[in-house]
Design a protein around this ligand. Structure first.
Ligand code: FAD
Ligand code: FES
Length: 279
């Protein structure tokens, strides 16, 4: 049996400064062994534990999509020991990766439905994976309309700017980017995500909403989604509780009787309504 604590060796091939404030980098990692790549079968919404040898490991949502073979991407905010070291690593460094871990967005249930994807700040990572997966020619026909509302404090803090520009040109995705306050040169929307969601008013008919972002954004967007008619079963969220093992063994991440690492991180609003508010 495979040891779930044993990380797979991967090479850091790109350490890209993603945001203007330089606090978020996107890391592209390639598998050293072909068999490891074949065994690492993941879907949008899952995460992995990334280890910097001799420093520690930390969980990150997988920002790449399985439709982009050959590598994994993680977008990481510099907050502490592991993430600060990661930001400073030169390309070519060997890292360890354990995963894929956790559950994924319910892409099978989404089939034939319209999707409203709402993201804020740097929590856009697994949403990028989901959007990239759906937009792939093999999958786009399986899903209905795709509306994406993505907000950041200012334009420099938006992730994946080149891709946002590409998506903007496409007719099979309705992308609405918004920033908190007006800035010279910005032609997109201005306003907080909850207010913009209310303005855009995506229909809840035959639709799911997927929402990831800072707690304050979630708090104020939730009533808007409810007002629009999204039932708690049709609102999908992803949690980022503190974790250690990532595989349901240590009890670090539990909320009520659920382990966020194993039963989540993806939950419906209806499932979270049954749990104590410890997330
Ligand atoms: C499922 C999952 C997916 C995640 N995806 C991403 C991602 O895509 N990109 C990303 O940048 N981060 C993500 N995180 C958060 C990331 O794991 C933490 O920021 C990271 O563990 C911090 O490690 P560190 O050693 O640098 O910080 P530490 O030195 O351990 O801590 C530094 C500071 O960060 C705080 N912190 C540590 N872990 C968390 C956490 N889980 N939530 C909030 N605060 C925390 C600590 O309390 C402390 O104040 C995710 C977490 C989970 C559980
Ligand atoms: S992190 Fe160990 S049980 Fe979830």
């Amino acid at each position: 049996m495979k040891n779930p604590y044993l990380p797979l060796p991967m090479r850091l091939v790109k350490n890209f400064v993603e945001t203007e404030d330089k606090l978020i980098h996107t890391f592209t990692l390639e598998f050293l062994n072909e068999e490891d790549e074949k065994s690492f079968q993941y879907l949008p919404g899952q995460f992995a534990e990334v280890s910097v040898f001799g420093v520690g490991e930390a969980p990150f949502g997988i920002a790449s999509s399985p439709t982009e073979p050959g590598h994994l991407k993680f977008s990481v905010a510099k907050v502490g020991v592991v993430t600060t070291t990661l930001h400073q690593l030169p390309e070519g460094t060997i890292l360890g990766v354990r995963g894929p871990l956790g559950n994924n967005y319910p892409i099978e249930e989404f089939k034939g439905k319209n999707l409203v994807v709402i993201g804020g700040g740097f929590a856009f990572t697994t949403l990028r994976s989901l959007i990239t997966y759906i937009l792939h020619p093999d999958h786009r026909g399986d899903y209905g309309e795709l509306t994406v509302i993505y907000g950041a404090r200012n334009p420099g803090l938006l992730l994946y700017k080149d891709e946002l520009a590409e998506w903007e040109k496409r007719s099979d995705i309705n992308l609405i980017c918004t920033i908190d306050r007006p800035v010279e040169g910005w032609n997109g929307r201005v306003g907080f995500v909850p207010a913009v969601t209310k303005e855009v008013a995506p229909s809840a008919e035959n639709a799911y909403a997927v929402i990831c972002g800072p707690p304050v954004m979630i708090k104020f967007t939730m009533p808007v989604l409810e007002e629009l008619g999204f039932s708690p079963e049709r609102i999908i969220m992803s949690l980022e509780n503190r974790m250690k093992c990532g595989i349901g063994m240590c009890g670090r991440c539990n909320v009520g009787n659920k382990y966020v690492c194993k039963d989540g991180p993806v939950f419906t609003r209806a499932q979270l309504n049954q749990l104590p508010n410890e997330y």
